[in-house]
Structure formats: structure tokens, C-alpha cells
Ligand binder design. Structure first.
Ligand SMILES: [Zn+2]
Length: 137
């Protein structure tokens, strides 16, 4: 069953392409053909050089936790169970990716802890979607 979540940001640009790749079980971010940089969050032009020659590249799904935060306040009126853990993952390819832990909590986290990509089915007002999360590697 899909987890109910607050609405995603589905702004202009390439956001739908990101979610389309997630639906296929792939975490893909935009790599620039001009400078090689990987932009994240989704951009219309490279965040490093401004080029618009971007291609969606599959990430390995491996990374390490660089930071985390636990929310103990109910910001979403009961939609999300509290305490609510978020993690900052440094992907093997470099970008920092804000996500949620799957199968563990802040009590288990150490800086540099290896994690691997997983997906969970979620739902918001836009429908169901696959959310990239991370579990212990
Ligand atoms: Zn670039």
C-alpha cells in the first residue's frame, strides 16, 4: 500500500522526467555534456556552467550518509508519523541527495555509513509514485 506523503514539487522543467525514471526503478540525475557536472535538484541548465546539454544518467545507487535530522514536530498534521527521519546521502557520483532511511532510524546512523538505493511506493495529490530512499548497504 502506498504511503501518503505531502505533495511533491512538480514545477516547470524536467521534474516529470525525474519521476518517470523513478517509476522504472532508476535514480537518474542530469549530467552536463559540456562540463561533466551532475546537477541536483532538477535544473533547466547546468548549475556549474549554464549549458543546456543535459542527459539523464543512471546513478549507482550507492552512497554514504553525511548528515541526518529527526523531526519531532508534526508539520504535516498527522500525515507523517513522528519522529520523522531525513538523511543526507552523498552519492558515489558526488551529488548530495536528501532522502529518508528505509529499515533503520537515526539511532542506527553514523557519519560515513554506507547505504544503497531502494524505492517505496508513495501517494500524493498527483497520484502514486516511486520515492527514492536508502537502506543499509
Ligand atoms: Zn556544465
Amino acid at each position: 500500500m502506498a504511503e501518503r506523503r505531502p505533495d511533491r514539487w512538480l514545477g516547470p522543467g524536467h521534474h516529470q522526467e525525474f519521476w518517470d525514471w523513478c517509476a522504472k526503478g532508476e535514480l537518474r540525475l542530469q549530467r552536463c555534456a559540456s562540463c561533466g557536472g551532475i546537477s541536483w535538484p532538477v535544473v533547466n541548465t547546468c548549475e556549474f556552467c549554464g549549458s543546456d546539454t543535459l542527459a539523464w544518467e543512471a546513478m549507482s545507487g550507492r552512497g554514504t550518509i553525511t548528515s541526518w535530522c529527526t523531526f519531532e514536530r508534526d508539520y504535516y498534521r498527522g500525515m507523517l508519523p513522528i519522529p520523522w527521519d531525513t538523511i543526507l546521502v552523498e552519492l558515489e557520483e558526488g551529488p548530495l541527495f536528501l532522502s529518508n532511511p528505509k529499515g533503520f532510524s537515526w539511532k542506527d546512523i553514523t557519519v560515513g555509513m554506507p547505504v544503497k538505493l531502494a524505492f517505496i511506493e508513495c501517494e500524493d495529490s498527483g497520484g502514486t509514485y516511486q520515492l527514492p530512499v536508502f537502506e543499509k548497504a
